[in-house]
Design a protein around this ligand. Structure first.
Ligand code: 5GP
Length: 114
């Protein structure tokens, strides 16, 4: 199967502005930011979407959320707050089918989202 864009970023085949990396997780700036800070956090394991994760992925999913916490501190987002989003599937407007968490900060957000 063809690699997704994000697998190509993991393999350094296409460039990205990387802000955080561990053995299991990579985070980089979104190429089309929707906020002053917009970072994508992905597992290196190619899980297409959240609903494809299974019980074996439990600790990896925890590591992704903890990574959000670490990156938000690193980017000084804690004082004002920030939003974390996972788009899962078509109705949610997922466009890249490699699980990713959006961290968005640096501005206020409204609720409910569109
Ligand atoms: P989704 O809509 O699937 O939740 O989010 C996919 C995100 O990936 C979008 O915010 C989009 O801007 C971002 N994106 C798409 N292609 C690239 C790319 O080549 N590099 C980076 N850094 N982000 C990308």
């Amino acid at each position: 199967m063809d690699k997704t864009l994000f697998e190509k970023i993991i393999d350094r085949e296409i460039p990205a502005s990387i802000v955080y990396e561990t053995d299991n997780v990579l985070a980089f700036e979104d190429v089309n930011p929707q906020a002053p800070v917009h970072v994508l956090v992905i597992p290196k394991k190619p899980i297409p979407k959240l609903s494809d994760a299974d019980i074996d992925d439990q600790s990896l999913l925890g590591e992704l959320l903890m990574s959000v916490n670490i990156i938000a501190k690193q980017l000084n987002l804690n004082n004002d707050g920030y939003r974390v989003v996972i788009n899962n599937g078509e109705n949610a407007c997922q466009t890249v089918f490699h699980l990713h968490l959006h961290i968005m900060g640096g501005r206020g957000f409204s609720w409910p989202p569109g």
